[in-house]
Design a protein around this ligand. Structure first.
Ligand code: ZN
Length: 444
């Protein structure tokens, strides 16, 4: 098999046996490092009387307690600024960044050394290379280059791949469209929400990105959109490009899984740099292939902030590597990150995933934006989806959209959704991460 399609053919094609041996070796080093350098980890392991030399097989990881976001936040509020989870001091670090703080507990302050930073961009390289990005590409990184780590690492990965890399912090959407056309950009790195926004702005400027631009790859992270079929299709059509999903977390500091050029409908897990478990979020029991549960991460690359059995809150369904035909031996997450455990809403006994609603709504090119609102009326839970059509379809297509989207939502959930068509411009637009779900039930 040719090795030219793999960033790291040595590990990406490794047998499961060798992969597990590698993971075990790395796990021993990580647990020892965490125990000796992170006060929080020393405390956690002492509490359960676990010593680093207690790791003799991969199964032993189950004896280590989970790490939660709440614990990390608590540690920082108890011991400002950085808490006691870090294994390094600010003096030993070269980068500061913070999590986006969308989980309600406020942003987490994180330090990185050079090694962490190099590792984080290396993780992005696996995915971008697997998707087809090469040194001949011209990459535009649509990021504000603020405290949020995600696209910083993507930027460094583009450089590491040898591609010409365009930072665009502070640019308006119009500026970015102009830059894409002027420079012959071939790769856009952004959130899916922002790529939709850029396509709308280009449309207003009279630019047909699919026809006139040279963009062939959209590299997405920050949200699950690129793995939602309806959204993916919409992005592919409006950009005339291949759309790939490369999820990661600020806490891990790098990509955790990636889409390869075969686009199997699953994301390969970076198994040489992580142990990724799937658990039942309620019982915390480990789940097997094909079972939907919460992703728990152990990261081997993050020296500054040791992450062992970190509960991500993300829902995934793991499948074997044979799910994809690319030859990689890394297992996959079918359908990508399926949503957040806390985004799953129960309405009249039916589970509603915002990503499932998004998938249906995005099938319609007439739709510009949408919003899901869950509320209580006369003590009964109701769900409403507000749909904002593009101006050129308003109001002629209102009735059609309302009828067909209602039907599709009903068929997918066996639950009636109230679909309301709103005027163009009525719904909020998002430049970075979207907030399209409102649950008003507890506020009444
Ligand atoms: Zn593959």
């Amino acid at each position: 098999m040719s090795t030219s399609n793999y960033w790291n053919s040595k590990t990406e094609l490794m047998s499961r046996e060798n992969l597990e041996a590698l993971q075990l070796k790395k796990l021993k080093v990580l647990v020892r490092w965490a125990y000796n350098n992170s006060p929080l980890w020393k405390r956690k392991l002492d509490e359960v009387a676990f010593k680093p030399d207690g790791i003799t097989s991969l199964e032993d990881i189950k004896k280590i307690p989970f790490l939660t976001r709440k614990e990390l936040s608590q540690s920082q509020s108890d011991n400002p600024l950085f808490g006691d989870a870090m294994a390094v001091t600010a003096e030993q670090s070269v980068r500061y960044h913070q999590t986006s703080g969308t989980s309600g507990s406020g942003p987490l302050r994180i330090l990185d050394g050079w090694k962490d930073w190099e590792w984080g961009s290396e993780m992005w390289c696996y995915g971008m290379y697997a998707f087809g990005v090469r040194e001949t590409d011209i990459c535009l990184v649509a990021s504000g280059y603020g405290n949020f780590i995600g696209f910083w690492l993507a930027h460094y990965a583009c450089e590491r791949l040898g591609a010409l890399t365009l930072p665009t912090g502070g640019m308006t959407s119009q500026d970015r469209i102009n830059k894409i056309m002027e420079m012959g950009v071939t790769v856009l790195v952004s959130t899916p929400t922002y790529a939709i926004r850029l396509a709308q702005v280009a449309n207003e400027m009279g630019v047909d990105l699919a026809k006139d631009s040279k963009v062939k790859f959209l590299i997405h992270a920050g949200e699950p959109g690129a793995s939602i079929p309806g959204t993916k299709k919409m992005l592919e059509d409006s950009w005339g490009a291949k759309v790939g999903d490369f999820p990661g977390m600020s806490e891990t500091g790098g990509s955790t899984c990636y889409e390869c050029s075969k686009q199997s409908g699953g994301l390969h897990i970076l198994e040489d740099h992580y142990i990724q478990e799937v658990i039942d979020p309620r019982t915390t029991e480990n789940l097997g292939y094909g079972q939907r549960g919460e992703l728990v991460l152990t990261s081997f690359g993050r020296g500054a902030l040791p992450l062992i059995r970190y509960r991500t809150g993300d829902l995934v369904e793991r499948v074997e590597s044979s799910f994809c035909s690319c030859g990689r031996t890394f297992d996959l997450y079918k359908g990508g990150i399926l949503g957040r455990a806390d985004d799953m809403k129960l309405v009249k006994g039916v589970n509603i995933f915002p990503s499932a609603v998004e998938d249906i709504v995005r099938e319609f090119n007439e739709v510009s934006e949408f919003q899901i609102i869950i509320y209580t009326e006369k003590d009964i839970d109701q769900v409403k989806v507000k749909i904002e059509p593009l101006p050129e379809y308003f109001p002629e297509k209102n009735q059609y959209l309302q009828k067909i989207i209602s039907e599709k939502l009903y068929n997918a959930h066996r639950l009636s959704f109230y679909v309301e068509i709103v005027e163009p411009g009525a719904l909020p637009k998002f430049e970075l991460k979207s907030r399209r779900l409102q649950d008003l039930r507890n506020k009444q």
